[in-house]
Design a protein around this ligand. Structure first.
Ligand code: BTN
Length: 333
């Protein structure tokens, strides 16, 4: 008996299912059923139990690694073949980098319920409270040069935006280089780290942070003025959902990993162009008047396009074009 079969069975019924019926259907003893039920209770499932009536599923956790594994099985060739779940970790990126350094399968995913030292781009902190968001990092070993590593960030941004659009009605866009946005509010971000020598990547870790069920009350200080979550946006977009409702982190994680698998295979077989093209379609930066801060320097102009390396082609007022490899973009109008 696979562990998850019990949950599958309980999910099919709205009322109680007797221990004897479960045992018969799955071909195990009633004691084995009872043990598995308790295992699932420890994993966060609320299961009502009565000696006379049997068992009834009341609530499933919104992040279930079993469900992620089951949903991916047979649908992916690289991403999520191995998933490591950590309740609380410093940073999933740091853990995944350590793991990759010791060697692990390509596509290994480290996912955590909470991070105590979540890292953002440019040395910033990433808000990572428990029970709310997706924090996951994926180990990749593409045979590309370090110069091309930005394409992994573009690919991940495209995958995340597509996945979120598939499982919600949120009009998510990408702000250069890696911000997942809803209008001018940040919904998520991607942090890619690599270990490389002069001309070859030994491994890369793509870290994905998406705000799923974060409420405004969970955001300290100024964060609420520029960050949002799927829950907040669902509430905004729907007249009925007055208070917003909790969204399944499992669902979003599965879709992201499926999309990552699809786009990674496109990258390896076809190259960078389809990814850059799709990134342009999903972008909210291209064609806009922007201010780009690069360290102490500030440039204003029109965001013309990105090249296949992911560099931003900024059209300056004197009609020259400045290639920018990293910086912070503010959309001016
Ligand atoms: C950004 O600044 O926009 C990038 C944010 C990336 C956050 C994610 S959460 C999972 C992974 N672990 C980290 O420490 N950071 C990334």
């Amino acid at each position: 008996m696979k562990n998850e079969e019990i949950i599958g069975l309980l999910k099919e019924k709205t009322g109680f299912v007797s221990g004897a019926e479960i045992a018969d259907t799955l071909g195990v003893t009633r004691t084995a059923v009872w043990k598995r039920i308790n295992l699932f209770r420890k994993k966060g499932y609320t299961i009502d139990g009565s000696p006379a009536k049997g068992y009834r599923l009341i609530e499933s956790p919104d992040l279930s690694i079993e469900e992620i594994r089951n949903s991916l099985s047979g649908h992916v060739s690289v991403m999520g073949k191995k998933i490591i779940f950590l309740e609380t970790v410093g940073s999933t990126n740091t853990s995944a980098m350590e793991l990759a350094g010791k060697w692990c399968e390509e596509g290994t995913v480290v996912i955590a319920d909470a991070q105590t030292g979540g890292k953002g781009r440019l040395g910033r902190k990433w808000l990572s409270p428990p029970g709310k968001n997706i924090y996951m990092s994926i180990v990749l070993r593409p045979e590309i040069s370090p110069r091309d590593a930005t394409v992994l960030t573009l690919m991940s941004a495209v995958s995340c935006a597509t996945a979120i659009k598939k499982c919600s009605s949120i009009p998510v866009t990408i702000k250069w280089p890696n911000d997942l946005m809803v209008s001018d509010m940040k919904l998520g971000g991607i942090l890619t780290e690599i270990k490389a020598d002069m001309d070859r990547i030994s491994h890369a870790v793509v870290g994905i942070g998406i705000n799923i069920n974060l409420d405004l009350t969970d955001m300290p200080g100024e964060i609420g003025s520029f960050a949002t979550s799927i829950k907040i946006e669902q509430k905004r977009g729907s007249a009925e959902a007055q208070n917003g409702y909790d969204f399944s982190r499992t669902l979003v994680a599965v879709e992201i990993l499926k999309e990552m698998d699809r786009w990674y295979s496109i990258l390896l077989t076809t190259g960078k162009k389809p990814i850059a093209d799709e990134w342009m379609l999903l972008s909210s930066t291209i064609g806009r008047a922007v201010k780009v801060t690069v360290g102490d320097a500030v440039f204003t102009g029109i965001a013309g396009s990105i090249d296949e390396e992911g560099m931003l082609m900024l059209e300056l007022p004197d009609n020259s074009v400045k290639k920018i490899s990293s910086g912070d973009v503010t959309i001016l109008r």
